[in-house]
Design a protein around this ligand. Sequence first.
Ligand code: ATP
Ligand code: MG
Length: 366
Amino acid sequence: MIRIENLSLWYGADRSLPPAVNNLSLEIKKGEFYTLLGPSGCGKTTTLRSVAGLEEPQLGEIYIDDELVFSDKKQVRVPVYDRNIGMVFQSYAVWPHMTVFNNVAYPLKNERPRLSQNAIRDRVMNALALVKLDGFENRPAPNLSGGQQQRLALARALVREPKILLLDEPLSNLDAKLREEMCVELREMIKRLDVATLYVTHEQMEALSMSDTIAVMNQGDLLQESSPLEIYGAPRNSFVANFIGKSNMIAGKVASVDPAAGAKTCVVETSIGNFTCRWLDALEVGRDVTMVIRSEDVAKLKPDESVNVNGADGTVGSVLFLGDIFEYWVSVGDIDLRIKLEDGDLSPGDAIRLNFPEERCLALTR
Ligand SMILES: Nc1ncnc2c1ncn2[C@@H]1O[C@H](COP(=O)(O)OP(=O)(O)OP(=O)(O)O)[C@@H](O)[C@H]1O
Ligand SMILES: [Mg+2]
């Protein structure tokens, strides 16, 4: 449905500088919810705007629905209005001189065959109901709150029932509760409409909860493309591990590897002790690695409890109450670790005995 091949885009003329999007390839199937996730400036919006036809990359090809809409080699440049897409811009861009109703009805003006007034009304009211803006149709668009304007932009993108949806942080201005509701509804809506969706966010929870596939980007590069579970449980490198979830990263070296055939563990020597870790790629002894463990995966042991492997003693530095969980900073040797625990009975200065469950420790190459 959307296929991008070897896309590169430089904003400046100097091609010796790093591009905003670097040799990016990806494919999004019909009905698939595909998310680009990455820090500010990594090239998400640029990718989206290239698919829409609003930016012109220097290299690569883009297919929509098996139709070639952009190719530098073949000199193909299908204009924006001929690509059947619905788009929500990061700045949501509602038309200020129109009512809510007319904003949503606008993209239907050029529908062929022409729609009757009643058909337009039905389509607009359906789209408004989808985003919970029914009742607002006669309000001038600027008199909506930021979150409402964002939902209006979403209704406008959906009203033509496009084959492809490009959504650039469409929920960023909603409050936490509404955002959660919209996450669920947006995903259901996309599945129901069976549209290929390219979604952009830098919110990892949004990406993890809604996506079929997540592509993590950094500095124009696509670093890993996987299901949410895989991105979370088996990050391929330390950038992905650190970006998704709050991970502890501890520098170390492979001290020994499990000699059993097909084994996938090694012992990593760090400044705070030796730890048995899983690996994704086979590692050799002496290799510099980063040991990664998520803050919620570190366990607290009782003061007199000991474990054979992967234990450590530390001191509580600070405590943060997060509503349903407590987040502690714990010093272990020269390293500060972030851990999450359900009990809030520890105070700064208290001793704490930790366990890093072997199956939760991952050794990644640096
Ligand atoms: N019109 C432009 N002219 C020059 N440089 C640009 C332009 N638009 C974006 N850039 C640069 O290209 C890079 C990628 O920008 P892009 O807008 O794609 O990032 P993003 O991932 O969408 O970030 P954010 O999460 O902040 O929206 C950034 O370094 C940005 O400064
Ligand atoms: Mg952006």
